[in-house]
Design a binder for this molecule. Structure first.
Ligand code: NDP
Length: 405
């Protein structure tokens, strides 16, 4: 039915390419393009071998709008899926506007020289996308992405008003490495070394990084120490659900991970300020990324599960109600299916589903710039169940962590 151009051939890009190829009745032509062509070719060969589907590959520097424009003019896709890095978001949105192509990504824009992410830069494209009759779907991975679909689904079916929202994200997997991040190390470390932030009573409360934590009971996994972080979907959720009195995001970290991170921070390796080394300016965090294992190399021996969900407390028909919805995903299973670990998988599958809905479901194709909770959650929830990310729910039953704490 449609041609799709995937930009970025890392852990997530590989899963998106595999899953699009596995749904070739919708994605009738696929091109995977990235900075390093050999990575695209390796994934293309794997897809041919595993699913019998041929995809095209290309080299592109997505920071350069003219290069992407040229590639788009050559391939003429319906939709561009951006699973490169957040730094490329605006350049790729510009390229889509110039060529009349729809856009989807999984992480909000972040300038390279400031460790700060927010939606303002991308929301500023609203009028231009609307006027061009084009759609941009922002943050369509798992978190952001599915967490907002979960919240929209809860709001539609289980609440008249939602008051307390906690997104809880656990990776209980073991990849056997001393220290590695599950998605791009540079982006991951920039995210978790920033001060934490959550929404309470109409304003943001800022806290020192990793300073609020407690054990949370994840289904099928057990209790895991979880830390309050700032995460991008909170910004759009509190805007779109103004009755929320509090919204927080929790993520698990093991003690060994935190110890490594503290040491790296203490010796200056997580800094993004350039230093001069033997006459060359280098950014310590970029150098650190170069020596850490790549996210797409973790899959082979990864054991254990991820569990990501949303728990909400609010009111339905005048009665206090709680709701918890979640997905557990197994690293070894996803590796078997698409040669990727569960963090890449839980990001790549929703990106494919978002793209599929934009192509096939008129309700999911509206000009403008949208976050995932702004569209009808039902068809998305249905597709999670059929494309590898089945979900479970608990209505008015025990929650992973009890309110009001
Ligand atoms: P990786 O580092 O594994 O892959 C990034 C890819 O982007 C690499 O192939 C890289 O190329 C390519 N790339 C970087 N810069 C450019 C450029 N200028 N032009 C073209 N290609 C470029 O990261 P992940 O796959 O783990 O993550 C991809 C994205 O997914 C990130 O934005 C991340 O924040 C997001 N993400 C979202 C999640 C969610 O749930 N919403 C969860 C996890 C990740 P090269 O190999 O040459 O460096």
């Amino acid at each position: 039915m449609s041609k799709v151009l995937i930009i970025g051939a890392g852990g997530v890009g590989s899963v998106v390419a595999h899953k699009c190829a596995m749904n070739s009745q919708v994605f009738t032509e696929i091109m995977l393009a990235s900075r390093t062509l050999s990575k695209c070719d390796k994934i293309a060969a794997e897809i041919k071998e595993m699913h019998g589907v041929s995809i095209q590959t290309a080299q592109v520097d997505a920071d350069v709008v003219a290069e992407t424009v040229m590639l788009i003019k050559r391939f003429r896709p319906f939709l561009l899926i951006n699973v490169a890095l957040p730094y490329q978001d605006l350049a790729l949105m510009d390229a889509c506007l110039q060529t009349g192509v729809h856009y989807l990504d999984t992480a909000n824009y972040e300038p390279k020289d400031v460790a700060k992410f927010e939606y303002s830069w991308q929301w500023a494209y609203q009028d231009r996308f609307k006027e061009a009759g084009l759609m941009a779907l922002l943050g369509c991975g798992f978190d952001p992405g599915v967490t907002q679909v979960f919240t929209a689904y809860a709001n539609k079916h289980h609440f008249d008003e939602m008051h307390y929202l906690d997104i809880i994200d656990c990776n209980a997997g073991d990849h056997g490495k001393a220290f590695a991040t599950n998605f791009n190390p540079e982006i991951n470390i920039r995210e978790i070394t920033q001060p934490g932030r959550y929404w309470e009573n109409g304003e943001w409360v800022e806290i020192p990084a990793m300073s609020i934590h407690k054990p949370i009971e994840y289904p099928g996994i057990g209790p895991r120490e979880s830390y309050v972080l700032y995460h991008e979907e909170l910004e759009s959720l509190v805007k779109n659900f103004p009755a929320l009195k509090r919204a927080r995001f929790w993520m698990t970290f093991g003690q060994a991970y935190i110890t490594h991170l503290n040491v790296l921070q203490n010796v200056g390796m997580t800094s993004i300020a350039p230093i001069n080394f033997k006459g060359v300016d280098i950014v310590p965090l970029e150098f650190l990324k170069a020596v850490l294992p790549a996210p797409d190399s973790l899959g082979e021996n990864y054991q254990g599960q991820t569990s990501i969900g949303v728990q909400i407390k609010g009111v339905k028909d005048g009665k206090e109600t709680t709701y918890y919805v979640w997905n557990n995903c197994d690293h070894a299973e996803t590796y078997k299916e698409v040669r990727g670990q569960a963090v890449s998988y839980t990001t790549g599958v929703p990106a494919m589903i978002g793209a599929m809905l934009m192509i096939t479901n008129p309700e999911w194709m509206k000009p403008g710039v949208w976050n995932c909770e702004e569209l009808n959650p039902d068809p998305f929830m249905e597709k999670l169940n059929t494309h590898g990310l089945p979900w479970n729910e608990r209505i008015n039953e025990a929650l992973p962590h009890e309110y009001p704490a």
